[in-house]
Design a protein around this ligand. Structure first.
Ligand code: PLP
Length: 445
């Protein structure tokens, strides 16, 4: 495969071993990756040997300050000592019993204390399946079929949810009544009948969607901060307006906090914005990198699992190591009344402001938007995007070029130029990042 050097204006980082390994891997691992999201890397999907704190070491010996952080879970940095020790100590106890384990009791109690909307939780393994459970619960509870979701919001790759997550605008229909767009070949067209797609951050559009589907809507699901479609916060009052509309129309409000949960604060986006959903989905940061997801919510809705026999299964749910990891992660995240979050917020703010100042100094049309622990750098001369269509109109080529220039300077962000922060990103790391971003922007400018 091609050249062993990935050069950007004289860049010198070699990715020869990653290229060689990728060539070898894709002979026996379909596409050479275990998730399609990982194709989005240059010059090939990179191979990493290890992670430590804020840094990743790739197989070519390059060191990257990592702002991808496993796409969100790595909230305490790579290989966080206390979590690793807790998991290591649990390994000898066994992994799976197809039965209960006392750590599940402890973790469930703790989560219900921490999360504003959790009267009861149920553990799963991935965000995708936890979303499926939440949608099934809403349908069983309300006796209705349709789910309203928003353009640009990603709720996992299932047939039922991978709809209009990143639709091409020429297929997406009018902004005030978007057409549901299947995200992948192989999805049956029938799934589109049960999903209503609306534009986000606009209560009138949601009210119209309810009116068009009177008495049929089981739930509205959303990312409370639209991270996947651009790290865009909700407009003031929007989340409360959505919840009120849901309840007026007899539908449930589902917050998908797979990314925001335990990231934008201990109580997630709901605590941050002072709202409580009927059902919430969490995953990613809750176990600091170990596989754990859950649905949390109102007791009367969650009770349909038992009362109505709503099916939810999963061989790996509640496994010993994920429970141990989550309990240890919460020990760190809760310590000192949330000291870790205060520090992350301060450093994230410093990084956002620093990047914005550099963008202005290099005369780049750059915009930094989001929250301190998850934000995105956009290239646009327009006002900050408020929804998917506006975010999709930003300059994607510039974002890609910025991603590549940063990689060349030893800073890893995803290809949308999204930045996740961890507790391991301390002041020296932020300073190093800003110096690297300065050099990267000089190349772009
Ligand atoms: C908001 C949101 N929901 C659901 C999912 C799916 O989670 P998983 O990848 O664990 O299946 C993701 C994954 O990125 C996500 O960002």
């Amino acid at each position: 495969m091609g050249t062993a050097l990935f050069l950007l204006d004289g860049g010198m980082r070699s990715f020869a071993k990653s290229i060689e390994l990728y060539d070898r891997t894709r002979r026996h691992l379909a596409g050479g990756v275990s998730s399609n999201v990982r194709y989005a890397s240059t010059p090939v999907p990179l191979f990493f040997a290890r992670g430590e704190g804020a840094r990743l070491h790739d197989v070519d010996g390059n060191v990257h300050i990592d702002y991808v952080l496993g796409n969100g879970p790595v909230i305490l940095g790579h290989a966080p000592r206390l979590v690793i020790e807790a998991v290591a100590a649990s390994l000898g106890e066994g992994q799976l019993f197809a039965a209960q384990h006392p750590r599940e009791t402890e973790l469930a109690e703790r989560l219900c204390r921490l999360l504003p909307s959790a009267e009861v939780v149920r553990f799963a393994t991935s965000g995708t399946e936890a979303v499926l459970m939440a949608m099934r619960l809403a349908r069983a509870f309300t006796g209705r079929t349709k789910i309203v979701k928003f353009e640009g919001h990603y709720h996992g790759w299932s047939d039922q949810a991978y709809i209009s997550a990143r639709p091409p605008l020429n297929e997406a229909g009018p902004a005030d009544a978007p057409v549901p767009v299947a995200g992948s070949p192989g999805m049956p067209a029938s799934v589109l009948e049960d999903v209503v797609v609306a534009g986000w951050n606009d209560l009138d559009l949601l009210a119209k969607a309810f009116d068009r589907n009177k008495g049929e809507t089981a739930a509205v699901i959303m990312e409370p901060v639209m991270v996947n479609g651009g790290a865009i916060p909700p407009l003031p009052g929007y989340l409360h307006g959505v919840r009120d509309l849901c309840h007026t129309h007899g539908a449930l409000f589902i917050c998908d906090e797979v990314i925001t949960g335990f990231r934008v604060g201990l109580g997630g986006a709901q605590a941050r914005f002072g709202i409580s959903a009927d059902l919430s989905v969490y995953a990613k940061a809750v176990a600091a990198g170990f596989p754990l997801a859950m649905v949390a919510g109102r007791r009367d809705v969650m009770d349909t699992l038992l009362d109505k026999g709503v099916m939810h299964g999963g061989t790996y749910n509640g496994n010993v190591q994920s429970m141990a990891a989550a309990l240890a992660a919460l020990d760190v995240l809760e310590a000192g009344g949330g000291a870790v979050y205060r520090a992350m917020e301060a450093r994230g703010k410093q990084l956002m402001e620093g990047l914005a100042a550099l963008g202005a100094r290099h005369r780049l049309p750059m915009l930094v938007q989001g929250l301190p622990t998850i934000f995105q750098t956009f290239f646009t001369r327009d006002a900050p995007p408020k929804n998917y269509r506006e975010s999709a109109a930003c300059d994607r080529d510039m974002a890609l070029a910025f991603h590549s220039a940063l990689q060349e300077e030893g800073v890893r962000v995803n290809q949308q130029a999204k930045w996740f922060l961890s507790a391991a990103h301390d002041e020296p790391v932020i300073a190093e990042t800003l110096a690297a971003a300065d050099r990267a922007m000089a190349k772009l400018a």
